[in-house]
Write a protein that binds this ligand. Structure first.
Ligand code: HEC
Ligand code: HEC
Length: 395
């Protein structure tokens, strides 16, 4: 590795979180790792090399918490945006992150389950990237994925199923990028020291871009934060009451400014992430969910974790159908009817089901109201914002 020209040198310097993940996931966990201390030094240098990133936080949103070792700067975000949309970031150059996370669907993909660059189906539905800067954990039910940097490695290196298909090809990918003069400029602006394109720079830049994907400009926000009395229809107003009511209990799991489970932010308390079984399956009368979608159980193997998933954000939910971890609900009406019935048959009898999912009475017109409210969480500016779009198509 030492005789590679500086610009192409591939050393793998990663923060501890990522290195632990890699040690577990990369076959043979080779010794591409350097001690993490040097990362901090380089970051400080990089931080001074570019314009600071100027946050435009939506009203009521706290400041995101940044991991040590990946400060924000404008050049890094721009580089991350290019990489997010770049198909050279897949083994066969057909796929990018954006293939499964499309802006018009609030960065989900519109499919029941995702499909990777080699056509392999993912067992789960592609998630929206709305406000991922605040997530406490990533994916439908993975307690170990606690940073965007760690998460980005999953679609890159995953082999079961193949998503971007980069396993064993990091060097090739870096060479592809280094061959492009525009990337050489972008990388040197984003990471002035050291002057080489490194895999962890790719990961950090993408994570920095993802942190900018903030969405808080919906009719609901205009109603609540800007006191626009008419922002919500009467139906949506009634739906809002239902959503926050003791009857439906929706807000007990989809809570706070992000209408989601546990969030993290600067100055906030670091609370544990919660996972819930909402009574969707019971294959054997013992509570079983179908493999490999058994939720938290896949990671802990504890029986009580069977079927427990993260409560995702409901912001932009209108744009991210189909729904649930397996994409098995087509419409919002269907999701609400399932909650009203206390789960699906026979999953509603699952003895690991959350005590918050007991079922409730709801009329047809109330279902319409609740759907209207959920639609009031749609932020059209998020899906048209040029800062989040494909840089090559925007120019
Ligand atoms: C093949 C389609 C596909 C590709 C390509 C893909 N993703 Fe995903 N993404 C998914 C799926 C499916 C999930 C849910 C994963 C799970 O639950 O195991 C997901 C989840 C995520 C999440 C978690 C969101 C949350 O709220 O927890 C983030 C962040 C993310 N992807 C970012 C990326 C980035 C960055 C890239 C490119 C490096 C990428 N994805 C490439 C399909 C894809
Ligand atoms: C016990 C906690 C809990 C309660 C109460 C709850 N949810 Fe959920 N919600 C979840 C979890 C967990 C998921 C993911 C479940 C899965 O995919 O298996 C989810 C998923 C959803 C989804 C699909 C999200 C997506 O991205 O696909 C919608 C929509 C939704 N909930 C709306 C509601 C509404 C409306 C209510 C009130 C009627 C409600 N939830 C009550 C925990 C809860």
């Amino acid at each position: 590795m030492n005789d590679v020209p500086l610009i192409l040198r591939v050393k793998f310097v990663v923060p501890i979180g990522i290195s632990l993940l890699l040690a577990g996931c990369v076959p043979g966990g080779r010794s591409e790792l350097e001690e993490p201390a040097s990362v901090q030094t380089m970051e400080t240098a990089a931080g001074t090399g570019s314009e600071p990133y100027r946050w435009r936080l939506p009203a009521g949103f706290p400041m995101p918490l940044l991991p040590s070792g990946n400060s924000m700067n404008a050049a890094k975000v721009e580089l991350g945006r290019h990489l997010f949309y770049d198909r050279r970031l897949s083994g066969n150059e057909t796929f990018s992150c954006a293939s499964c996370h499309r802006q018009k669907y609030a960065f989900s993909d519109g499919r029941v389950v995702a499909e990777g660059s080699t056509g392999e189906k993912h067992p789960r539905n592609a998630m929206s990237l709305t406000n991922v800067a605040y997530n406490r954990a990533f994916a439908w039910a993975d307690p170990k994925l606690s940073s965007l940097e760690d998460q980005a490695l999953v679609p890159m290196l995953n082999e079961h199923p193949v998503e971007l298909g980069l396993a064993g090809r990091k060097r090739e990918i870096l060479e592809r990028l280094a061959a492009d003069p525009e990337y050489r400029t972008l990388f040197s602006q984003a990471f002035p020291v050291p002057r080489s394109i490194r895999f962890e720079h790719v990961v950090r830049a993408i994570a920095a871009f993802e942190r900018t994907l903030l969405s808080g400009n919906s009719a609901y926000d205009r109603r609540v934060f800007f006191d626009e009395k008419d922002a919500l229809s009467l139906s949506a107003e009634r739906g809002m009451e239902l959503f926050f009511s003791q009857r439906t209990r929706c807000a007990e799991c989809h809570s706070g400014f992000n209408f989601s489970g546990t969030v993290v932010f600067r100055g906030g308390e670091k609370l544990p992430i919660e996972f819930h079984n909402t009574g969707l399956f019971d294959l054997d009368g013992e509570g079983a969910y179908p493999e490999p979608n058994r939720g938290l159980f896949e990671h802990t193997r504890r029986p009580e974790d069977m079927g427990r998933f993260k409560a995702p954000t409901l912001r932009n939910i209108e744009l991210t159908a189909p729904y649930l971890h397996d994409g098995s609900a087509t419409t919002l009406e269907e999701v609400i009817e399932t909650y009203a019935a206390g789960g699906r048959e026979p999953g509603r009898g699952n003895h690991y089901k959350s005590p918050l999912v007991t079922g409730f009475e709801i009329s047809e017109s109330e279902i319409r109201d609740l759907v209207e409210f959920l639609k009031s969480l749609t932020d059209r500016s998020f899906i048209t914002d040029a800062r989040f779009s494909d840089p090559l198509q925007a120019e």
